[in-house]
Ligand binder design. Structure first.
Ligand SMILES: [Zn+2]
Length: 119
């Protein structure tokens, strides 16, 4: 028998990752990099992470809009499964859990240390 604990469940769609979260990139060229989540696309299960997975965009000069031609670097999206949320309390990559508070609101918690991840 396992002891009773607070009910912890995982969100199926975006894995609970939200814009503004600190995450660590787990795979690819930028493995080990940490950054802030700039955007989440729950439908595609992708995220954009600050300074990670930079892609080069070739832009054409457009003098009327004061746009310079050349190569522009920009964050590319990556799969949510390739990143791990960083817990600010234990400062490690963690998986998310959810805790339901007595008033019914859900709080995201760190599965490692149990600390809340809400700001
Ligand atoms: Zn933690």
């Amino acid at each position: 028998m396992r002891p009773m604990r607070n009910r912890v469940e995982q969100s199926p769609s975006s894995a609970g990752i939200k814009k503004g979260d600190q995450v660590r990139v787990m795979t690819g060229r930028d493995r080990g990099k940490t950054g802030r989540v700039l955007a989440v696309n729950p439908a595609k299960r992708t995220v954009m992470v600050e300074h990670a997975n930079m892609i080069k965009r070739h832009t054409r000069a457009n003098p009327s809009k004061n746009v310079k031609g050349g190569v522009l670097e920009k964050e590319g999206s990556m799969s949510i499964s390739n990143i791990l949320l960083l817990c600010p309390a234990c400062n490690k990559g963690t998986r998310l859990g959810h805790k339901v508070l007595p008033d019914g609101t859900k709080e995201r918690i760190c599965r490692r240390c149990g600390n809340t991840l809400e700001k």
